[in-house]
Every structure is written in C-alpha cells, then in structure tokens.
Design a binder for this molecule. Structure first.
Ligand code: ZN
Length: 170
C-alpha cells in the first residue's frame, strides 16, 4: 500500500482498502462470518432518525447530536463520521428543487423581487432544517451497513497510520 498524500481521496482509498482487508481476513478466518447488513434498511432507519442496527432506538440525543450508543440495543454509534456530507447533500437537493421552482414562478408570474424573497427564504430554511437530520441519519446508516470507521469493530487506525490524519499515540 502506498500513501502519496493526505486528504479526502487518500482517506477514502484507505477506508476502501481497510474494508477489503477486513473482508479478506473474515473470509480466511475460522471465526463465523460477520452478519450481513442491509444497506437499504440501514439507510431508511437512519433517515427515520433511528438506530441503523435495531430501528427502534433514537439516533440523536438532540437535533443533530448522535447518541454514543443506541438507547435500545446498545449498538455503538459514535463511530459515525458523517462530517460535512449531510450539509453537502442537503444543499444539493434543496438547491435543485428551489432553483427549479424559482424559474417556474418567474416564468409564469414574474412577481416582484420581494415576493421571491418572501417565498423562497422560508422554504429554503424549512427544507434544509427538515432534511439535514434525515440525510445525516441515512449516511450514518450507510456507514454502519458498510462497516466503515470502526463500525466493523476494528478502528480506522492501521499500520501506525490513522486515516483521520492524527498521529497515533506511541
Ligand atoms: Zn439500536
């Protein structure tokens, strides 16, 4: 394995290689294979702001604060690293919907600018606040299903290199 630099791409590639190694190790060990995790089910549970493992425990302790462990099944949820992906996807979705609506309304009614502001500002705010925890939950569900970032039971740190970019303690 060669590491040519730090950054998101390196982290992603390393995460993929770690996952491949974990699968390779699990396939070649005498221990029973890990239980398969359904990506769609996990993402839907996360989007419903529930634990991706059991679907009943609450994912968040407040608006976006993820519980360290599931209050229902005690699954460790602190391994999640949704980071800035939820706001990215939220802006992507809200932007595409609102910009399309702005163009349609402008084309049909050509209202005054203040009407546009009065219409779209609350819509953007409302949609973003509604979508953000659901998208974050779905991404956490995906990370859990793919056993990323310690959800496999093995931390990201491997060969003395932490993919988060922190120097490991000696
Ligand atoms: Zn749970």
């Amino acid at each position: 394995m060669t590491v040519r630099g730090k950054g998101a791409l390196t982290s992603l590639r390393l995460a993929g290689e770690i996952r491949a190694m974990a699968i390779h190790i699990s396939q070649n060990s005498t221990e029973p294979a890990a239980e398969p995790r359904q990506v769609q089910t996990s993402m839907l549970r996360g989007a419903a702001q529930a634990c991706p493992a059991c679907g009943t425990g609450k994912l968040y302790s407040s608006y976006l604060k993820v519980n360290d462990t599931c209050p229902s099944c005690a699954e460790e949820l602190h391994h999640q690293r949704a980071d800035d992906a939820p706001p990215y996807f939220t802006m992507l979705i809200v932007g595409h919907i609102v910009v399309a609506l702005v163009l349609v309304v402008e084309d049909l009614f050509a209202p005054a600018l203040w009407v546009h502001a009065a219409l779209w500002a609350p819509m953007i705010l409302g949609m973003s606040l509604w979508l953000l925890p659901r998208i974050k939950g779905a991404l956490i569900g995906l990370q859990w299903a793919w056993r990323m970032h310690g959800f496999s039971g093995v931390d990201d740190e491997v060969f003395g290199l932490d993919v988060a970019g922190k120097q490991p303690e000696v």
